[in-house]
Design a protein around this ligand. Structure first.
Ligand code: SME
Length: 150
């Protein structure tokens, strides 16, 4: 199980005083990929022109570069402005299969000044990988990130 207390403390230490979003997103994606077990992809999509998400810093295999708002798990989280946890991506209508091995997914929206800045997206090849504890821990991590966004 991921030690979210430690993960969040590392994220705070890494991002403190760094006034650059790309640098912070890159380090946090690396941290997530190192500290979480059974994760095949961890990274960010960034909102652009209000209506779509564009691939940002990540760790894992190459992924789709653009996702329209409302499409897939990421676009759904962007549209609903809430986290989406998918136990089995095969059962999620409209799931975008960047990697056919992916089996479960968690997406958490990131806000800056009241609007959606982007989303945190984490995938796993294990079905039902993401629990309430992951949702809670990753929501806290996103809060840390929101505090350093410029
Ligand atoms: N599966 C996502 C697309 C992004 S990849 O998982 C990295 C979705 O349905 O939005």
């Amino acid at each position: 199980m991921t030690d979210y207390k430690e993960l969040n403390a590392c994220a705070k230490a890494l991002t403190e005083g760094v006034g650059d979003n790309i640098a912070n997103l890159a380090n946090i994606s690396a941290l997530l990929f190192q500290m979480m077990e059974n994760v095949s992809w961890a990274g960010f999509y960034i909102a652009k022109d209000g209506g779509k998400l564009v691939l940002g810093p990540f760790q894992g295999r190459p992924a789709c570069t653009e996702i329209m708002c409302g499409r897939g798990v990421c676009g759904t989280a962007m549209e609903r402005k809430t986290a989406v946890v998918v136990e089995d991506v095969h059962l999620f209508p409209g799931h975008i299969a960047c990697d056919p091995r992916s089996r479960s997914e968690i997406v958490i929206p990131i806000f800056r000044e009241g609007t959606v800045f982007g989303v945190l997206d984490i995938d796993s090849e294990e079905k039902g990988r993401f629990t309430d504890a992951d949702l809670e821990g990753l929501t806290a991590l996103v809060k840390t990130l929101e505090e350093v966004l410029v």
